[in-house]
Design a protein around this ligand. Sequence first.
Ligand SMILES: *Cc1c(COP(=O)(O)O)cnc(C)c1O
Length: 414
Amino acid sequence: MLRLNSHPSGRHFLQIPGPTNVPDRILRAIDHPTIDHRGPEFQTLAKKVLAGIRAIFQTRSPVVIYPASGTGAWEAALANTLSPGDAVLMYETGHFASLWKKMAEKLGLVPIVLGGFEQGSWRRGVDAAAIEARLVEDREHRIKAVAVVHNETSTGATSDIAAVRRAIDNARHPALLLVDTISSLASIDYRHDEWGVDVTVGGSQKGLMLPPGLSFNAVSDKALAASKSARLPKSFWGWDEMLAANANGFFPYTPSTNLLYGLSEAIDMLLEEGLSNVFARHARHAEATRRAVRGWGLEILCTNPAEYSNTLTAVVMPKDAQGKHHDADAFRKVALENFNMSLGQGLSKLSGWVFRIGHLGDFNDLTLAGTLAGVEMGLALAGVPHRAGGVQAALEYLRETAPGARRSPQRKVA
Ligand SMILES: *Cc1c(COP(=O)(O)O)cnc(C)c1O
């Protein structure tokens, strides 16, 4: 039986694709007395994180920080830029894209949805050509925004945001570009300015290695201009008061002070490692994970190798003799109870037949090795048919691509 007050020895392996494992350095940074958020010490902290977070979004534009989960920042992106009845072109890459669409409907917007589970779009990224074609049809410019998810956390597919930008430009369409980067920020290359994104939505608990509780809107000049005439109701989410207060290093209401200590530390850690090294680390661990999955003879949910996610891998459970998928949740339960490791469940239409391995955030080769060992042993204990050798394939790749292997001449191992 799992008890909340139990203390199994060793670290829990939190291998869901967010929240992710919070490193000691960040835990220590958060573990300080809460200070007056209207005082000078706070002002110094706020100025530092408000400047530093721009580097993470690769933008010169302001980034608004909310004391909220990612869902709040989704709402802020829509509420600040759009008016009741506005059409929004959305692309259904999976569970998170469809949740954002449902939110748009509840707010009084009119989503136009491309893709769909039946068309296989839950196994790929967005089709930029389809977006372009739909925008070309919209001669009266009724569509006010295009909203897409950069890294679909339910499926493990990453979309080409630069291609979506080109699609909008090719169609000569004035729609805003809104992008959710909640599970890719600080793990997969993401360029708010270069890709011409108008509002980027981020969250604290994935690549930023923080606990849940902060979320972000990076705001382009065009989005800011749109916010002046946008008529969806908003108060808490309004950018105007936030940006005015932020200009002096303050917030219009009480911010998550201790999480901001953590954010300051997270930004330091990411910039010390170097963003390009952070992205390369995630790419390497993702490749090792896929080699393990193939080694087990299991199927990766994402069908387009060019769009494989570097932060998580969704795995399809094999079928039994009756053609029914083995139970993904029973397998995850075995992994948790035996090896103290949480794996991601299949969400909505993927429930029961897909599980997800999170490999993002504070992560190194041996964390990955432990994770994959837990999966391999869990598959065996749960009676899921698979080949041996997945972990071995991943370890070989990690060894061959280790910094030491790159520097010294390759020694052949028999
Ligand atoms: C996690 C996630 C969300 C939801 O964020 P919450 O912090 O749970 O509100 C939205 N979109 C994507 C792509 C995510 O990965």
